[in-house]
Write a protein that binds this ligand. Sequence first.
Ligand code: ATR
Length: 279
Amino acid sequence: MYTFGLIGYPIKHSLSPWIHTTFLEQKNLKGTYELFEVSPQESIEQKLQTLKDKGVQGCNVTVPYKETVLPYLDVVDESAVEIGAINTIVFKNGKTYGYNTDGKGYVRSLETSFPGVFTPSLRILLIGAGGAARGIYRALLDKGCKEVSIANRTLSTAESIREINQTETKSMIMSLEEAEEQLASYDVVIQTTSVGMKPHEEQSILSLNNIRQGTIVSDIVYQPIETSFLREAAARQCQVHYGHTMLLYQAQYAFELWTGTKPEIGTMDEQLQHILEGK
Ligand code: ATR
C-alpha cells in the first residue's frame, strides 16, 4: 500500500492527485495520493518528519516550498542542487532524497510530441529565467543541445541561469525586445514565464511577428491550455506544444522514482485537456 502526496500551499486545486491516482490504477498498485497542505505558520521541517513517521513513500513539492525544503533533505540529486529547487521527495530507509523532475519532464514531453526533435543543429530560445526556466535549461544541456539562448526582462537573472552551463553549449542572453527581433534564428521557442496565465489570458510575453513558419512554439502555461502566445503561433503556421503535457511527464518521472515502474501517458494527455477546459 503506497501513500504519496503533495506538499505546498495552497494546493486544493492541484491536478497531481488525479494524475498519480490514474498511474496507480493503471499499474494495479494499491495506494493513495493526498494533499499535505503546509500553511505559512507551519514548519516544513516538522512536516517532513511527520510524513516520514507516517511511512509515506514519496511526495511532490510545489509553491512555496520548492526552494525552502532543500536544507532539510538528507540527499539531494546533483541536478536539483544546480537548479536550486526540489519537486519530488523519496522517503527510503529513514532518509529523504530530493529530485527535480520538472525540466526532465518537459524535455520528455517535447520529445514525445516531436520525435527526433533533438538534432545536433537545433537552436533553442528560452523565454524567462525563473525556477521553471532553470530546470528546463539544465535538462536541455543534459540532452546535449548545442544552443540554448535565454531572453528575459531582467538580464542578470538570465546570466545567473547561464552559470549552470559547464558545457560547450552556446547560450546568448538577450532582452525580450532583442528576442522579438531574432525569433527567425530559432527552431524551438519555449515560453517559461507566468505571463498569459488566467486571469490575464490576454497577455503575451512578446510578439511573434518575426517567427518562421514551422518553428516549434511551446508554452508551459496550461491555464488556459491555448494561451495568447500559442494562438498567435498557430496563426503564423508554427507547430505548437502545450504546457499541460509537462505536468504529466514530470509526474511520470516522480512515479518512477517512488515505485520503480514507468506508467504510460497514453490518452491521459486528452483527458487532462478536458479536465482543464472544464475548470
Ligand atoms: P517560476 O519559478 O514559476 O518559473 P518565477 O521565478 O516567478 O516563476 O519566474 C518568473 C519569470 O517570469 C521571470 O523570468 C520573470 O522575469 P524577471 O526575471 O524579469 O522578473 C518573468 N516574468 C514574470 N512576469 C513578467 C512580466 N509581466 N513581463 C516579463 N517577464 C515576466
